[in-house]
Design a protein around this ligand. Sequence first.
Ligand code: S3P
Length: 184
Amino acid sequence: MPPSYPRIFLIGPMGSGKTSIGRHLADLLGLRFFDCDDAIVERTGASINLIFDIEGEAGFRERESAMLAELAAQKEALIATGGGAVLSAANRALLRSSGFVIWLKTSVEQQARRLRKDQKRPLLQFDDWRQRLERLAKERDPLYGETADLVFESSQRSVPQAARLLHEALLEQWASEGTKHATH
Ligand code: S3P
């Protein structure tokens, strides 16, 4: 069954499985997969860490918004966003108006398990990284909530299992909505 939406966005915190579950889900739906961070790295030839070092978080956020606008013009696409993409009201409006938005919700415990040895995420390269995850969740959960069309609990599941369950939940939600929100 073809998706009712030409474009799907995954939002949620670092370590919620946006990239891994996203790839599987894109396969199940027959959509092309894009990852906003990967696209920035490819475009600039610089790691996210290096961009933060040189341009600061503000510089990274500008690049992130620009890349998001580019990706939001792709058709038949599933797009994994960075955990902080929802910080900007303009990004949130873009996500909501450009496609169907899924929040991959996860616990800080699960994030901590997945990100324990992470060296790629500049916001976690601190001794108190676990407390930082808690703080970010408190700040950002309301933003994920206001942006999402569907909330999916991604904790405690293998990637293929999570993708399969999410696929089922999506088809169910789209069927119950009929063509009300279809955008193509
Ligand atoms: C960030 C999340 C990262 C990346 C950058 C900032 C954030 O993406 O965009 O390190 O602010 O939460 P992931 O959510 O894909 O790890």
